[in-house]
Write a protein that binds this ligand. Structure first.
Ligand code: CO8
Length: 298
């Protein structure tokens, strides 16, 4: 609970971060030797101080679903990196085989109280706000499937490199679950691939394989799976050559209207989410979808 409260409160967060003692070896600083009360870290961050680049590995089995604990840990790590002015670039990738992130943890939205749903949604907003407004150069090294919230996380980055594997899919498939992508999910996709492509994608809940994703501009580059991270590192070097202040002001100019829209509607967006997701009909859709996931496995 202290971690979650800290994400919502800047001074509490600073105090918490100052208690974390980074371990350093060979110029690399591991900032994730922290634990919340329950489990081992769901995120591992390696910061190469000489390069000014951090690699964040999502490592929450089985599918890096975005639970409240996961999001809380993610936000704390992002805040810490953001506050470290020597960190200019961030690469996000997955340690799980075949999956970048399965998106929001459906169990956080199913059978939960309105209060829990509200707390969860605030954390989803926080993740998006932190990533979409980051001063760092952010690159998604997408080495597996990335549906829904996983796709959203990728879309917040400045550049997306995906493994060239027809079995991996990416997209905002919310309607397939009987739920609706919120306006800021939609805006993020429109900003990336344009209005018409987003309209089709969202209405049909389309998941694209890697070649299709490249074709519509949902990702920027495809490479063989074993080259995703090295390509992300090479791409980062190119981006690092641009003066930070010019790139940051440009990024802010492009993204600020979208960010302001959520910032000024945050509480209403939480209320909307809670009243939508706790409806009986929506809970039923989620149950059917969960059963489908289990059956597909069997
Ligand atoms: N949440 C919770 N559990 C999940 C999720 C998830 N998103 N995805 C998978 N799991 C579970 C499975 O049920 C399974 O559980 P178990 O082992 O107990 O049976 C386990 O994780 C492993 O899953 P798979 O066997 O399916 O793993 P695969 O490697 O075969 O496939 C995939 C990985 C492709 C990621 C696949 O699991 C999948 O398609 N998952 C569903 C992804 C999805 O549809 N996510 C949408 C979440 S909703 C969202 O992100 C935005 C919501 C916005 C809400 C707006 C409302 C207003």
């Amino acid at each position: 609970m202290a971690l979650r409260a800290a994400v919502r409160n800047k001074s509490a967060l600073s105090a918490l971060l100052s208690q974390l003692s980074p371990c350093s070896s060979h110029g690399r600083v591991c900032v994730t030797q922290m634990r919340n009360n329950s489990t081992s870290p769901k995120i591992k961050v390696d910061f190469d101080q000489s390069a000014g680049v951090a690699v964040m590995r999502l490592q929450s089995p089985p599918v890096n679903s975005l639970s409240l604990d996961f999001l809380t840990e993610l936000c704390i790590n992002l805040e810490k990196l953001e506050m470290d002015k020597s960190c200019r670039g961030l690469i996000i990738t997955s340690s799980q085989p075949k999956v970048f992130s399965a998106g929001l943890d459906i169990m956080e939205m199913y059978g939960k109280s309105p209060e829990s749903c509200g707390e969860f949604w605030r954390a989803v907003q926080e993740m998006w706000l932190k990533l979409y407004s980051s001063n760092m150069i952010t690159i998604a090294a997408i080495n597996g499937s990335s549906p829904a919230g996983g796709c959203l996380m990728s879309l917040t980055c400045d550049y997306r490199i995906m493994a060239d594997n027809p079995r991996y899919s990416i997209g905002l498939n919310e309607t397939q679950l009987g739920i609706v992508a919120p306006f800021w999910f939609k805006d993020t996709m429109v900003n990336t691939v344009g209005h018409r492509t987003t309209e089709l994608a969202l209405e049909l809940g389309l998941l694209y394989n890697s070649s299709e994703a490249l074709k519509i501009g949902l990702v920027d580059k495809l490479v063989p799976e074993d080259q995703v991270l090295t390509t992300a590192t090479q791409t980062m070097t190119k981006w690092l050559a641009i003066p930070d202040h010019a790139r940051q002001i440009t990024k802010s100019m492009m993204r600020k209207p979208t960010i302001d829209k959520l910032t000024s509607n945050r509480e209403a967006d939480i209320q909307n989410f809670v009243s939508f997701i706790t409806k009986d009909s929506i809970q039923k859709s989620l149950r059917v979808y969960l059963e489908m996931l289990k059956k597909r496995k069997g």
